[in-house]
Design a protein around this ligand. Structure first.
Ligand SMILES: Cc1ncc(COP(=O)(O)O)c(C=O)c1O
Length: 372
């Protein structure tokens, strides 16, 4: 028998599995319901699907699968640079922003170095940091909002990286631009701040900080964004990082070659131009967030204010409620892996899906109350 304690270093043995949501097909099989009756409100995907312009480009110009993709993501990088108004060498496209988070973690962290981040930070970043063998200093977040003073106080001589998601996942809470900017002024120049803006497009414009201006001002800032959420391209795996060239160049060296498929590069570049779809997505999300949050509150369920495309709702026993809803063909995300055993994370769906979820939750809560 293999002795795992000698085969794997301690920090690898300590890794927790990333628990993805169940797929629609898995739940259809388990609940004996047709695929069409399953609503997946568990992975913060776009309920309206993908950008129609991107879909059309994929149909009209599908990539030749016998060829490797452009390893430099040249067209996409230039499209992003001109969209953002930054030089092309500030942009690093990769296979999902999760992989950009991994690149940044492996670029800066190592045994003897420390990552600083808030409690309830995105599990994939936490895993990426722990994989490096670095230590983690986790700053408590009793209000579910990132405690920027706490992060600043946690910076030590060994700190190499600070991670902040704005808005955060699984909380959905956000930071005011002025507070974030003041925080950036407090971070020593040799410590990199990784600002994860996966849900930026869902934020009301007045809540969005000018993170590109911050990159110009703070040479130690890396911002990550994704095509997986508002652009509706989660299955294609495209995200990107933006940073000054002295950092972006090292990130490119760490990027796995050919990791972004040609179809993904094409669809992402075209999706960037689909402003109508993006606006429709943000508008529908705003309505859906209100629909879910108000209905939950009317049922006496506490919800956190959210600037993302999901809400965190305190339902009692989160895993049990997720199982109950799943039997009704509704997939939501229990968040016990974050220590939030009483909460469920619910992605905003289409209006009919939101209504089904609200009705099902109401029925389940009534049944539970009657059982007591
Ligand atoms: C905060 C946050 N960052 C990054 C990601 C990664 O997204 P992707 O790798 O699909 O770009 C997610 C996905 O859920 C997320 O919630």
């Amino acid at each position: 028998m293999t002795d795992d304690t000698t085969m794997f270093p301690q920090h690898i043995r300590a890794l927790k599995p990333y628990v993805p949501g169940l797929s629609i097909e898995q739940v259809a099989r388990q609940s004996n319901l047709p695929v069409a009756r399953i609503a997946k409100l568990a992975s913060n995907e776009n309920p309206s699907g993908a950008s129609p312009l991107a879909l059309r480009a994929l149909t009209e110009h599908p990539a030749d699968p016998s060829r490797y993709p452009d390893a430099d993501c040249t067209d996409l990088t230039h499209a992003l640079a001109s969209h953002l108004g930054v030089p092309a060498d500030w942009v690093v496209a990769a296979a999902g922003s999760e992989s950009v988070l991994g690149i940044v973690a492996s670029m800066l962290l190592a045994p003897g170095r420390t990552a600083v981040y808030s409690q309830y930070s995105f599990q994939a970043f936490v895993n990426a940091a722990q994989r490096t063998g670095a230590a983690s200093r986790v700053v408590p977040s009793p209000t579910f909002t990132v405690d920027l003073d706490g992060l600043a106080s946690a910076i030590g001589p060994d700190t190499a990286l600070i991670y902040i998601a704005n808005p955060g996942n699984p909380t959905g809470t956000w930071l005011e631009p002025e507070a974030l900017e003041a925080f950036l002024h407090r971070v020593p120049a040799q410590v990199v701040v990784l600002l994860d803006e996966a849900y930026r497009e869902y934020m009301p414009p007045e809540r969005r900080g000018d993170s590109l201006a911050w990159i110009r001002r703070f040479p130690n800032l890396v911002v990550t964004r994704t095509f997986s959420k508002a652009y509706g391209l989660a299955g294609l795996r495209v995200g990107y990082g933006i940073a000054q060239p002295h950092i972006a160049e090292v990130m490119r060296r760490l990027r796995a070659p050919f990791s972004v498929t040609q179809n993904a590069q094409l669809a992402a570049a075209v999706a960037l131009t689909d402003t109508e779809f993006l606006k429709r997505t943000a508008d529908a999300n705003r309505v859906g967030l209100i629909q879910l949050s108000q209905a939950f509150q009317e049922m006496g369920i506490e919800v956190l204010p959210s600037s993302a495309n999901f809400v965190l709702a305190r339902v009692g026993d989160g895993s049990d409620m997720a199982r109950r809803l799943q039997r009704r063909g509704l997939i939501v995300r229990p968040v016990g892996n974050y220590g939030l055993t009483e909460w469920l994370r619910v992605s905003v769906g289409r209006p009919d899906e939101n209504t089904r979820l609200i009705d099902a939750l109401d029925t389940e809560l009534r049944e539970l109350a009657a059982e007591r």
